[in-house]
Design a protein around this ligand. Structure first.
Ligand SMILES: CC(C)(COP(=O)(O)OP(=O)(O)OC[C@H]1O[C@@H](n2cnc3c(N)ncnc32)[C@H](O)[C@@H]1OP(=O)(O)O)[C@@H](O)C(=O)NCCC(=O)NCCS
Length: 364
């Protein structure tokens, strides 16, 4: 059996944080951020990860012409679940009404969506489940440290989702092969070390001291290397050549990373999808939101060979090659959207600013 992507949807919160807005409480500037990362703005969520996942999921399910009860498994890639117990996917099942689905979270940081996609493909092709909803969703602004300009400027919130079903005809498309993995030699270059059972839970100060360990330059270099290698492997395992690739959707972490990767990998006929200026790095949501934007904005015409690739903490990496279906329009549409928020993007993190950079709040 073959499988294909038959539905897609996204949730990008309305609250926009521009670089200038951010510069009011982080020691940075619009010029620095644009030059070094290509990011112009990002979205901040006023709701939980599962709320964004729900909206993206509803759009994807309608797009595939299905109902929530038709979904057999929900795989939610996130490193910012609403709660550890139950999983964020459990909240998503309830919010969607996907009552027949088994559900779970996957955490491979920014590479999570590709791990989840590979599992979705395996479930459908093994006939264990007929219809998989694969979601990447992150409320990463909740996890940031606004006193750390190295990380605070890079990320944003969002969610993207796809439905995977059996590919019955050539025109449905096909999910080909993956190259997913992790090189734990690079564990320490991106860590949030004391959040989890390593945390001293009975020290009242400990939870507030969550800090990122982050070596941006090393992530940059290892990330480009890992994504180039994984992409080349996925292309080869799929029986394709680099010349066959029409659409390239890399993890949207930094425009300089994307451009270095384009150069290293060398896909002579591919259009690279670039949305990092709009959303920053949305971790596991990055590939599916870029994919949905590319579909909605006519960059994908249908029937193309696409390669997705990502890298994240671990260092987890992944890539896959896909032949997209001929259909690029939804079968049905959902009008699902996040609840309104009466405030600005800055208001969504006011308490964090108060705690982490208290001297800045009165200047905003
Ligand atoms: C983080 C990253 C943007 C930094 O870019 P860079 O060109 O490597 O910049 P550097 O770290 O060399 O810093 C250059 C200077 O800018 C300063 N700087 C760092 N962050 C800054 C900010 N937000 N605003 C202003 N200045 C900043 C540094 O202090 C340094 O100053 P110095 O030269 O006086 O020491 C880049 O390395 C990157 O994108 N890495 C990948 C990170 C990532 O996306 N990880 C997520 C997992 S996929």
């Amino acid at each position: 059996m073959k499988s294909a992507i038959t539905g897609w949807g996204k949730c990008t919160p309305d609250n926009i944080m521009t670089n200038d807005d951010l510069s009011k409480f982080v020691d940075t500037s619009d010029e620095w951020i644009q030059q070094r990362t290509g990011v112009k703005e990002r979205r901040f969520s006023h709701v939980n990860t599962s709320d964004m996942a729900e909206i993206a999921g509803k759009h994807a399910i309608a797009c595939a012409g299905l109902n929530p009860e038709d979904i057999d498994v929900v795989i939610l890639a996130t490193c910012t679940p609403d709660s550890i117990v139950p999983s964020a996917a459990a909240h998503v099942q309830k919010k969607l009404g996907a009552v027949n689905a088994s559900v779970y979270d996957v955490n491979a940081a920014c590479a999570g969506f590709l791990y989840a996609l590979e599992q979705g493909k395996a479930f459908v092709e093994s006939n264990l489940y007929k219809r998989a909803l694969v979601i990447g969703a992150e409320h990463i602004t909740w996890l940031l440290d606004w006193s750390d300009r190295n990380t605070a400027v890079l990320f944003g919130d969002g969610a993207g989702a796809v439905v995977i079903e059996e590919s019955k005809n050539e025109s449905d498309g096909e999910i080909y092969s993956f190259s997913n993995g992790l090189s734990s030699d690079n564990l320490e270059i991106l860590e949030i070390p004391n959040f989890g059972s390593a945390m001293d839970r009975f020290n009242p100060d400990e939870a507030a001291k969550v800090r990122w360990t982050f070596d941006g330059q090393e992530i940059f270099k290892s990330g480009v290397r890992a994504m180039a290698q994984a992409s080349a492997e996925a292309i080869e395992k799929s029986g394709l050549s680099k010349e066959d690739v029409d659409i390239f959707i890399p993890h949207q972490a930094n425009i300089r990373i994307v451009e270095a990767l384009e150069k290293k990998l060398g896909l002579p006929n591919a259009t690279t999808i670039k949305k990092v200026h709009r959303y920053g790095n949305t971790s596991a949501a990055s590939i599916p939101t870029a994919f949905v934007d590319a579909l909605e904005e006519g960059e994908i015409k249908g029937g193309e060979i696409a390669v997705f690739t990502a890298v994240g903490a671990g260092l987890a990496w992944g890539a896959c090659a896909v032949r997209l279906g001929d259909r690029v329009t939804p079968i049905n549409k959902s009008d699902a959207k996040l609840p309104d928020f009466d405030g600005t993007a800055t208001d969504t993190i006011k308490r964090a600013i108060e705690y982490q950079v208290p001297n800045k709040l009165d200047k905003i």
